[in-house]
Design a protein around this ligand. Sequence first.
Ligand code: F6R
Length: 263
Amino acid sequence: MRVIITKDYNQMSRTAALIIAKQVRSKPSTVLGLATGSTPLGTYKELVRMHKKERLDFSNVRTFNLDEYFRLDPSHPQSYHTFMFENLFNGINLKPENISIPDGMAENVEGFCTEYERRIKLAGGLDLQLLGIGRDGHVGFNEPGSSLGSRTRLKTLAEETVRDNARFFGDKKEVPRLAITMGVGTIMEARKLVLLASGQGKANAVMKSIEGPVTAQVTASALQLHPSVTVVTDQKAASMLRHRRYYLYVEKMAEEYEAEAGI
Ligand code: F6R
């Protein structure tokens, strides 16, 4: 696991965008897994800038979003459909037919979830999955107690998540209580994982996920079992990490090595 501790939110966003851009440039038909929420906003802004100013090309990229609220119309201002179009898709040259977001309005939810998994497989699997983290350590909407082998399914949001997401809806009562989410098992099958975390409020979840035991009570801790994970945090989110100085040292050594090797 690589842990990159950046100075602040902007640097975290720029670092994550560079990782994604490198992936897309090295494989133009990359299959990207995407997240919503406030954490990846800066990353998406930077990707839009790179598309406009540096010709970062998404024309052959396919995307699969992690989750969507259940029974929230895609046109709702707080749906993850709306979020993705407003914050990323409208600013880059992805083909609409290459975009997949869970359908929160699906009549047959189980059938839809099975089909979503099948579509990911058919696309060749996720090359890189971008993740945020909840204060309870969730990835996707895999709340504490979610099986670490879980697949895409309907999930009940934890009380804390509903409270956290109320900031987008104005009123807690408006926040959907259910969501369709990729499972931990689905996420773990991506070839690369990039987890973003920003702010003091995430420090405890980050510490438990990276340095705590692997447990279904903190679903992000499953990432410890994945062979290719990059965690990008700002200083506040990293503030409770016991081995913080070591992670900084490793990155400094890598930089020196790359400079020496002319990479
Ligand atoms: C969103 C998602 C969630 C969020 C998490 C953090 O697609 O899967 O796991 O990443 O709830 O949300 P923010 O970034 O708003 O703190």
